[in-house]
Design a protein around this ligand. Structure first.
Ligand code: HSE
Length: 365
């Protein structure tokens, strides 16, 4: 059995990965070793075939005994450890959730439902570095897979509504803290009118006691139209990733432009996206519905009705699920090759942990 080392398995993406692997009985297929940057020697999680103690995550000697390393530890760890491991001749498979290696020529961005052939062909060629894509990109491609397969897409404009989880566990908790603060102020003013309450909330949000250490700004009762760092193009880095990563995942011969505005909203773990899709040629709505709905086992077409949309196409309905619904599909008044759609998915499942799990299982095969 292959020896698989896990680093960063206690963080949010790592925990979701552990949960999925436990649910699917994956640990029976490998020998597992759990690494820690701070608690080596302590007891490891009691999963099947696991070595009982935690190993030191900063020791190349221990890491290099593994056939496969799966890191959910973050970009800084990858930047520090990965080059050293390769420099000393470690030739195992590196599977990573962080963005550090995504755009390198010798790594493949993995998204099993969309690019399984590329993953398998790369493994056969001896590629050893496999990296999960940006969550918004992975969810977008699972949703639009049917159109990309048929080479129908000229460009996509995607306006995102991204959950707090994408910014990290502390940010998720901060959003809830902000909501608590709002709730406390509301409860203290039971007789206030809606307009009086709005004034109180706006004052509260700008006060120093409003919790915003992590986001730096209120997210509760607010939206934040900037995610990640600034790029010279005027895009945020999150916006920049859409086109470069999607085209790398799809291995397009000619770049399909994908661009839009990425916005943080007060959802907990589902990223949503409002799309304008420009097709290369006009197509009947029913053809598009069929292509989209049957592209892979995870995409789910939602009828463009008010009832179905509000029941199925919201973070509240999709949180914790592996399905990636797409709906609001209709031709736009802009012209017969312009289509509107809305899609969303769990940012920690197909957005992060599940592509890593799929590639790990393939490396064991
Ligand atoms: N960058 C994403 C976000 C998360 O901030 O929502 C992970 O891809």
């Amino acid at each position: 059995m292959k020896r698989v080392g896990f680093i960063g398995w206690r963080g949010m993406v790592g925990s979701v990965l552990m949960e999925r692997m436990t649910d699917e009985n994956d640990f029976g297929r490998m020998e597992s070793f759990f690494f820690s940057t701070s608690q080596s020697g302590d007891s490891a999680p009691k999963v099947k075939n696991a070595f009982e103690k935690l190993l030191p995550a900063m020791e190349l000697k221990e890491l290099s005994k593994m056939d496969i390393l799966v890191s959910c530890q973050g970009g800084e760890y990858t930047s520090e450890i990965f080059p050293q491991l390769r420099a000393q001749g470690w030739s195992g498979v590196w599977i990573d959730a962080a963005s550090t290696l995504r755009m390198k020529d010798d790594s493949v961005i993995v998204l099993d439902p969309v690019n399984r052939n590329l993953i398998q062909e790369s493994m056969a060629r001896g590629v050893k570095n496999f990296v999960g894509g940006n969550c918004t990109v992975s969810l977008l491609l699972i949703a639009l897979h049917g159109l990309f397969k048929e080479n129908l897409v000229e460009w996509v404009s995607s306006m995102t509504y991204q959950a707090a989880s994408g910014a990290g566990a502390k940010n998720m908790i901060e959003l809830l803290d902000q909501m608590k603060s709002v709730g406390t102020t509301f409860a203290a003013n039971p007789a206030a009118s809606a307009l009086e309450l709005e004034k109180k909330m706006t004052t509260l949000m700008s006060s120093s006691e409003f919790p915003k250490t992590n986001f730096g700004h209120p997210l509760a009762l607010n939206v934040l139209p900037w995610i990640d760092s600034e790029m010279p193009s005027g895009q945020s880095k999150e916006e920049w990733k859409a086109q470069v990563e999607a085209n790398k995942i799809l291995q397009t011969k000619t770049t399909v432009p994908i661009d839009g505005t990425c916005v943080r909203v007060g959802a907990l773990r589902c990223h949503s996206q409002g799309l304008t899709i420009k097709l290369k040629k006009s197509a009947h709505l029913s053809t598009l519905e069929e292509l989209l709905g049957n592209a892979n086992p995870w995409v789910k077409l939602v009828a463009n009705t008010k009832a179905e949309t509000l029941k199925e196409l919201t973070p509240a309905a999709v949180s914790g699920k592996l399905s990636v619904p797409i709906g609001r599909l209709r031709q736009m008044t802009l012209g017969d090759t312009y289509f509107n759609a809305f899609t969303l998915g769990d940012q920690l499942l197909w957005g992060a942990a599940e592509p890593l799990r799929c590639v790990l299982l393939q490396t064991l095969a």
